[in-house]
Ligand binder design. Sequence first.
Ligand code: GUN
Ligand code: ZN
Length: 447
Amino acid sequence: MSTSLLYRARAYDTPHDPFTEAATEPGFRYDDDLGLVVSDDGVITARGPFSAVAPAHPDAAVIDLRAGILLPGLVDTHVHFPQVRVIGALGMPLLEWLEKCALPEEQHLASRAYAETIANEFVAGLIAAGTTTSLVFGSHYASAVDALFAEAARFGLRVTSGLVVSDRMLPEPLLTTPERAHAEAMELASRWHGTGRARYAVTPRFSLSASDPVLAACAAVMADLDGAFFTSHVNENPAEVTTVAGQFPDRSDYCDTYDHHGLLDARAVLAHNVHPTGAELEVLAARRTAIAHCPSSNSALGSGLFPLREHVAAGVPVALGCDVGAGTGFSLFKEGLQAYFVQRLLGPVGLPLAPAHLLHLSTSAGAAALGLSDVIGDFEVGKDFDAICLRPPAGTALDIGLRHAGSPDEALGKVFALAGDADVADVWVGGVQIASGGFVRALRPGR
Ligand code: GUN
Ligand code: ZN
């Protein structure tokens, strides 16, 4: 007896990259009455017009979502778990903001009980925003990272994360040694890497706070852990870039501080890269290392205007990150809109972004950056059903806008201009619904 479900919806996805030259207008796929059959293990087994799919699956129970808009689950490639409570501290550049806001708060996560509370708030923030997959910058404390993985597992979220390591330039309680960095990473990974949807990410905070021996320890963890990811920051702020150049006189540039240790490849994601050199872009493209573009953070900290055109021209993969807590919230709709604004503000050197680019950046590009293109990112047959349904409350600007949109392209533009957490009604990960009508629920034990 089949227990498949048949989702009936107005749906968008981006199975083809709208940044490629061969892309055709409007750059997304839209179906105003899509049928998606999802097996009881959460995999999409058939898709097509509802009128064709429904008769072929008479046993599947129909879930009618046509009152809303169905999108693939959003993918955030850079967000800091310990910084939920420091969102919104405005007016400072990166290094001052780290010293005055982020790093004092991060020290509180030494307490497991405090870390559990923060993990709870953090995971709730992701789900409320419709983020089903994320590359999460962890904590400097192994017990806090453990709490994060445990909380994400309660909801079945796809989280890649790890212990943040540093051995200089930060408050003493946040520092470690290369030996401890290696041992604690391996211990955490033995518990979480490959458990459910969790994966381990080797995470030096940034080269400014990580000496060569710590970066070498990171490389050793990467060598010891099959399928681990690597993540850090790069070229975010001019003062940071200058400091790193002084700390690493033998390296050609900031990217080289990581590349020297063999840390850059297709399993690496570096955040920001607002101030790259041409040579760095070439190396990133050659290594297939992705950049997490974090536009609200770059704007809030005044880090600069992201050279997206140069990244695309060089062939560097780019996805989106909200970069909470320097970023101003969890919503990838806001990040998409801010990415669009920044490219507008760059004038002739900016890359004009259409709604399709914003959807791609916040779904399939993130899936690709995280090596998950075979599993998530769009609604292709064979992929897991990770999805969100937007149902704006009646009378809101988004509700009105969607009812009066003249085309699917216009409607998607309104989503990125206007959607926020209050519009994310339902959330599924791997076919399991974890939010319904905006209410979040943990999985039953055993799922
Ligand atoms: N560089 C090193 N640490 C951080 C951080 O927490 N946030 C941002 N935006 N940049 C960083
Ligand atoms: Zn960051």
